[in-house]
Write a protein that binds this ligand. Structure first.
Ligand SMILES: [Zn+2]
Ligand SMILES: [Zn+2]
Length: 398
């Protein structure tokens, strides 16, 4: 990693409860967890939702022999922000060191976060207790209004409007300012003002966008969350450079989040919808955004003409004739006289006239039958396939 960037990784962006629905896999189903690695390699984690598990596993894979140290800030004690802790593998290694920060809950008293951890792992809720967590850990209580230093960087905490309380954080890195404010409902003037102060001039402002403005004005009022519209307003008033819509509702499909983002972008400004696996980098010219790969199927080199219509950075529509060089083949649906058995393997030869750039000949794919239904005529069957691999056959037996 270059020495002059701060990197922000999104390991969980879903609010309230993890989801495993196909309809929202693209934005992701893990609950809040952000990883920040600053230019001096200080590691900071915001929230311990289920995304924390993947983060821990990635660390172990990437740095199997390096002791880990990180500063972990927990915004509040609702399940979706703490649920990943028992599954964070680096906590079970004595070489690692973790500094936890959160507020004193009036319901839990002093050492609130420690109590939460112990309660999570109490019998019979979890197979081992906290004594199995051999990593060094210390706990620091912070409150709204506090400012602390982490390796020379300033971190400010402010109270947010949320049932049983929550903190928002502002981290000032050498490469830019990052503000994390989730689980906050607008409508309390002093807290609304405080949030704008927290967000002032931020390069990256991550804000709760769980509900639509209509939901927020109606049935979800008082639930402790915000909307894209409120985020856009704050971003504008606080001169935020990039707004990240976060804490997506578990019932929001990818299409719904796409639509919410579209509405927010119509209002102007740099708006993004937080997605699991997304990475933002501060330190170059502006904040750079990289999205996770969505390629879950086989890729195939191709070379055929296509027309692409869309919108550019400035929002202006375009239409362009181009060549497709790479195609992802995930599956197919076709009508057949035979009816292959459900969950059986098939081989599919496609005489696609693709003008292949690497070699001539058909594409052979191995597939798996996932669907069967009556075809358009009595002797025909509709067959759904998922492709599992490409068969590399130079000249297959005919
Ligand atoms: Zn939450
Ligand atoms: Zn909450």
């Amino acid at each position: 990693m270059s020495d002059n960037v701060t990197k922000l990784g999104f390991w969980g962006v879903r609010g309230s409860t993890p989801t495993v629905d196909r309809a929202n896999w693209r934005y992701g189903g893990n609950t809040p967890c952000l990883e920040i690695v600053t230019s001096d390699r200080t590691r900071i984690i915001f929230d311990c939702g289920t995304g924390l598990r993947g983060l821990g596993n990635r660390w172990i894979q990437t740095y199997p022999d390096t002791p880990m140290e990180a500063h972990i800030f927990v915004t509040h004690y609702h399940w979706d922000h703490i649920q990943g802790i028992p599954f964070f593998a680096p906590l079970y290694n004595e070489k690692n060191k973790f500094h936890f920060y959160s507020f004193r809950s009036k319901h839990l008293g002093s050492g609130s976060l420690q109590r939460v951890l112990e309660a999570q792992m109490a019998t019979p809720y979890f197979p081992v207790d906290t004594s199995a967590m051999t990593a060094q850990r210390d706990f620091t209580e912070i409150a709204g209004g506090d400012t602390i230093q982490i390796n020379g960087m300033k971190l400010t905490a402010r109270w947010l409007n949320h049932p049983q309380g929550a903190l928002g954080f502002r981290l000032e890195t050498p490469q830019g300012v990052l503000v994390y404010a989730t689980d906050n409902e607008p409508g309390v003037p002093e807290l609304d003002k405080s949030l704008r102060e927290l967000a002032a001039g931020a390069d990256i402002f991550i804000n709760d966008a769980q509900y639509t403005p209509e939901q927020l004005a109606g049935p979800k009022k008082g639930w402790g969350h915000s909307s894209w519209l409120e985020g856009v307003r704050i971003a504008e008033e606080a001169a935020v450079k990039n707004l990240l819509l976060f804490h997506h509702d578990p019932d929001s499909s990818d299409k719904m989040v796409d639509a919410i983002l579209g509405l927010a972008r119509q209002k102007g400004g740099n708006v993004w919808a937080a997605a699991e696996g997304m990475i933002m980098t501060m330190g170059g010219p502006g904040a750079a955004v990289a999205l996770p790969s969505t390629r879950t199927g086989q890729r195939r080199r191709t070379h055929f003409p296509a027309v692409v219509e869309g919108y550019g950075e400035d929002g202006a529509p375009f239409s362009e004739s181009t060549i497709i060089h790479d195609l992802s083949l995930q599956g197919a649906f076709l009508y057949m006289r035979h009816a292959p058995r459900l969950q059986s393997e098939v081989r599919v030869k496609m005489e696609a006239n693709l003008g292949d750039v690497e070699r001539n000949g058909p594409i052979w794919l191995k597939g798996y039958v996932v669907r069967r239904e009556p075809g358009p005529q009595p002797n025909m069957t509709g067959v759904g396939l998922v492709f599992t691999s490409e068969i590399d056959i130079e000249a297959p037996d005919e």
